[in-house]
Ligand binder design. Structure first.
Ligand SMILES: NC(=O)c1ccc[n+]([C@@H]2O[C@H](COP(=O)([O-])OP(=O)(O)OC[C@H]3O[C@@H](n4cnc5c(N)ncnc54)[C@H](OP(=O)(O)O)[C@@H]3O)[C@@H](O)[C@H]2O)c1
Length: 325
């Protein structure tokens, strides 16, 4: 797999990484998916790496560190050494002051079991007792102390990105990334200035829920009875209901046509579009509940879509994504 630079850092990321919320098992992160046994986590991580993936996105919120430990346990079991892959984690601001960024970093380092924090991200722009500028200052301190290698944010608006960047620039540092929801069904970044700002400042956009939590695989359209097995919070946030299946069907039909022409799957075309259409600014972190899903997602980075295919999917998606909010 080719690579893309993370912001203006020295990290080179494959266009497809692995999202590790699926390894949460407990807590808020664990309420979206069924628990994943360590053996399966290791299989998923092995398959991802064998398929060319070179980086992983986890977070404290994913099971209060369970995902961080499960990921790095897998990496150790596979004989991967610290520094051979890139690891991103996140600090959750909810109910906490900026001071907690420094106070909790050792917990993150411990949970990552010897793997460095290559990218530390502010998990969301809301919920903290301190302003964003203080949170970013605290992150800058950690970077200057060498405890984290680079700084990112998540779900930040264009203005919040600009403010964060200004704080970091005053320390001679840069904002590496903004992790946002982005997919063929969620394209707010094009309208709210986030994509433009990222391009202007050389900030990488990390696309989370790139398959809209599974909706863009087409499997729920093919077998609507699967909706019943989706956990309530995922059903609510991912809009897993029959009306949404109907509304998004024209896009899935278009994805199926392109997938058939390439001899690949619907989800692979959805991911290929995402990491091609926006150029090097965007990388994606599909999650996997099973190793086969990880292999499928990783292989999507190699699919070459024609301009006609990209534009046709753009058109159909725009007419549907516009109605989303
Ligand atoms: N920063 C944030 O606030 C934020 C928020 C959400 C997520 N994230 C990150 O983004 C990552 C991905 O987001 P996500 O988990 O919400 O959604 P996603 O990647 O769009 O969907 C992942 C789920 O889709 C299904 N799937 C994936 N590949 C498939 C395939 N080839 N065939 C059939 N089903 C397939 C699997 O679920 P089933 O098998 O159960 O159907 C899988 O767990 C997370 O792991 C996390 O790291 C970040």
């Amino acid at each position: 797999m080719n690579t893309r630079r993370l912001g203006t850092t020295d990290f080179e990321l494959t266009p497809i990484g692995l999202g590790c919320m699926q390894f949460s098992n407990v807590g808020a992160g664990g309420s979206f998916y069924a628990p994943t046994a360590q053996e399966t986590v290791t299989d998923i991580v092995r398959t991802s790496m064998e398929s060319g993936v070179n980086w992983f996105d986890t977070a404290e919120m994913y099971g209060h560190g369970h995902s961080e430990r499960a990921l790095t346990t897998a990496l150790h079991e596979l004989g991967v050494r610290p520094g051979e892959v890139t690891v991103a984690t996140k600090w959750p601001p909810l109910g906490r002051s900026a001071r907690s960024i420094g106070a909790t970093v050792q917990d993150r380092i411990d949970a990552l079991q010897g793997f460095p924090i290559d990218l530390h991200q502010i998990h969301m722009p809301w919920g903290s007792l301190s302003p964003i500028s203080s949170q970013v200052e605290a992150m800058a301190r950690l970077q200057s102390e060498g405890r984290i290698a680079s700084i990112g944010v998540s779900s930040f608006s264009a203005k919040q990105m600009e403010r964060s960047r200004a704080v970091l620039r005053s320390h001679g540092m840069s904002l590496a990334s903004n992790q946002i929801q982005l997919s063929l069904l969620h394209r707010e970044a094009e309208r709210n200035g986030v994509l433009k700002t990222a391009r202007e400042f050389g900030v990488t956009l990390i696309a989370f829920s790139p398959l809209r939590s599974g909706m863009l695989t087409g499997k729920f359209h093919d077998e609507p009875e699967r909706l019943a097995s989706v956990k309530p919070i995922r059903r609510l946030i991912g809009r897993f209901n029959r009306k949404e299946l109907e509304r998004t069907a024209p896009l899935i039909d278009e994805l199926k046509a392109v997938a058939a022409a390439h001899g690949v799957t619907v989800s692979q075309i959805a991911l290929a579009w995402l990491v091609t259409f926006y150029g090097d600014t965007v990388v994606a972190i599909p999650g996997a509940s099973r190793p086969e899903q990880a292999a499928e997602s990783a292989a999507a980075a190699e699919i070459k879509l024609s301009d006609m295919e990209l534009n046709r999917l753009d058109e159909v998606s725009k007419s549907i994504a516009r109605n989303t909010r």
